[in-house]
Write a protein that binds this ligand. Sequence first.
Ligand SMILES: *Cc1c(COP(=O)(O)O)cnc(C)c1O
Length: 355
Amino acid sequence: MSIYIDPEIAVSLRGYEVPEKLGFGTAMAPVMFRAVWQDGCWSNGELIPYAPLTVDPAAKVLHYAQSCFEGMKAYRTEEGGAALFRPEMNAARMAYSAQRLCMPSVPESLFLDGVRVVTAHCTNLVPSNSGESLYLRPFLMGTQPDLTVSASNSYEFYVIASPSEAYHSGNMRLWIEREDARAAVGGTGDAKVGGNYASSLLSIGRLRERGYDQSLWLNPANRQNIDELSGMNFFAVIDGSLYTPALNGSILEGITRHSLIQLAKGLGYTVVERAVPIDELLEQIASGECSEAFACGTAAIISPISVIGDGGQEYSLPYTPGPVAEHLRQALLDIQEGRSEDTYDWMKAVEPVNS
Ligand SMILES: *Cc1c(COP(=O)(O)O)cnc(C)c1O
């Protein structure tokens, strides 16, 4: 499929200055990709200037939350270009999220065209310090203006981008959320949808008042096994082996989680995917068998956990960051930033386009 390149983007890009203070996901690149689904098929994609959207106030997305998204990064390469990390996995996950919300999947080729064309035209905006990247945010929403409860008959797919610094969330203090649930079993926990985040915000607000950073969500069916954080997967190091909750339908399968499991096995670690009961983990922290815990996701890669709070009790981890977390973080970043050989063929180079 051919992509229409709006000539106006040259003006937008020329007039754009990357802010000195980047933050994460705050500064937006001046272009975006759009494709529209109508009457059962996708339009050609187009690269257009970044601008507010026109959305009908009755659009289904605004009332019934028919929307899903992805989060991924383009890294600067040694040669001055940019490379995407495992973009096919984001395409596949978005297709899964879309079908869960009864939306048409964005075909892999259209998804990849979108992230590639944005990256290609924004190569000059990819920051180059270690940990920095062009953060890409593809999203899909139902736009039909109609308050009937049913799936929309029209959709829009966008890719926006944000030159971002490293997302710092080291030494996290977690709070075990024993009241609320993030996502029900059989619900949308394993799909990347905004609604899961909306239902996590009240918990985060409460625990911030108590001096914590993030909720640790338990499986909603048994309120016993660890699921994950609001936007990151969970790992613990117990007697030198890595443990992470097995996918169970209410955990979002992170691409960072998937990659770390593969990488850790390749580096000789034992990795166990199974249910991780919270009581068992707290005992192992207290006894010293559990030496490290960390969370992982695209934004922060690996964020060490320093404390897990539960009611009046606090359980402190001895190493933050621990040696295993440091080892894995460095090994993954070395691949992403092109310092070590990409033995798993994870990086997909994008040819820069200067417009
Ligand atoms: C996006 C997300 C993650 C992390 O996924 P990555 O692909 O590693 O970025 C973990 N949990 C939830 C709930 C998420 O939405």
